[in-house]
Design a protein around this ligand. Sequence first.
Ligand code: ACO
Length: 400
Amino acid sequence: DVVDVRGLGAEGLFTYDPGFMATSSCQSAITYIDGANGVLLHRGYPIEQLAKESNFVEMCYLLLFGELPDDAQYADIEKRISNHTMVHDQINNFFKGFRRDAHPMSILCGVVGGLAAFYHDHMDITKAEDREISAIRLIAKMPTIAAMSYKYNIGQPFNYPRNDLNYAENFLYMMFSNPCEEYKTNPVFAKAMDRIFMLHADHEQNASTSTVRLAGSTGANPFACISAGIAALWGPAHGGANEAVLAMLDEIGDDSEENIQRFVDKAKDKDDPFRLMGFGHRVYRNFDPRAKVMKETCDEVLAELGMADDPQLKIAKRLEQIALEDEYFIERKLYPNVDFYSGIILKAMGIPTNMFTVIFAVSRTIGWISHWHEMITGDYKIGRPRQLYIGHPQRDYPVK
Ligand code: ACO
């Protein structure tokens, strides 16, 4: 709606667009989505090709700097990320202030924001060198902090990062290695983890990325901005959906045709709040291209584990088939989204559900920091939306 707010103290025409359904908040050259046709491009490259041919570190370079790296540039960014994977030893003390059973997302919000306290000498956002080192530090330290939050939760000692491992292998090592057992990297799991990082790396102006841009538009330091993004991601309507998919598959429970059909019918019933989790998307009105890659990865991981007959996977596949053939879902263009299969993969790899959103945050850090960087190095204004005032007009204070 275009609303004339003259007479309410302001001048001019304002658009009223709750949920920003039709408002571009910025210009960006990072990610393109064509929701009607199920297209997702990063710097022009289709996500399917990147997921197949590239890796997460290369994608970090692409998103941040705009082009694929040559061999020397790739070697350089890989080395720089490896050099910054450790966190300051005093961060260990910071962890100890949290309750053992704290949700790892709450730890992540606090610790990532707290990084600013360690790097205040290199946070001049007007200097290219400071902006770049902050970005590298964030990309490098997120898996370390994420794995530490898990270890803290389960009462095991923290693992120091291992720079002989690649980004995904190192994360799995820090998560699962413990002093009593030798940890062996499983290449299928490492590839799946890398894919999950790639598929969640960026998705233009979603709620958390918009939050990072809004915080960054005030000139706030990048660690504070990413912490704001983590907070926005924490909500179940954004980062928590894959957790909800697993809860739904558990609730469905039995893989008989009639039972699955019953849940599909429940999702169609307007008097029932139940929805098919992992189905539908605000922007995609077609297959989410990330969901297709995720489905293949899911098959690979479960085959590796000898779990191809996993009951949850069976339910998921049948549910998808039934829904895709159902008029209700066809008419509304509701397709599986990226979260439909990612939860099954993460669970199969032994990752607890309260870490799912944390892993999303690790992946999305590159998207957040690339958008922050693009904004800070371009023309921007402080983000300051207006409102449509619906309260009282001016009135006099009652004199007693
Ligand atoms: N199951 C059943 N019906 C659905 C579903 C679903 N999953 N999603 C949408 N619909 C229906 C709605 O009831 C509505 O029907 P109506 O036209 O008869 O009223 C119609 O489809 C349009 O849905 P909206 O809610 O208006 O679409 P919106 O763009 O606002 O919501 C959302 C998108 C939130 C993702 C929604 O599809 C949903 O709740 N999906 C399940 C949760 C989920 O998987 N979220 C993850 C999103 S991906 C991500 O964040 C990484």
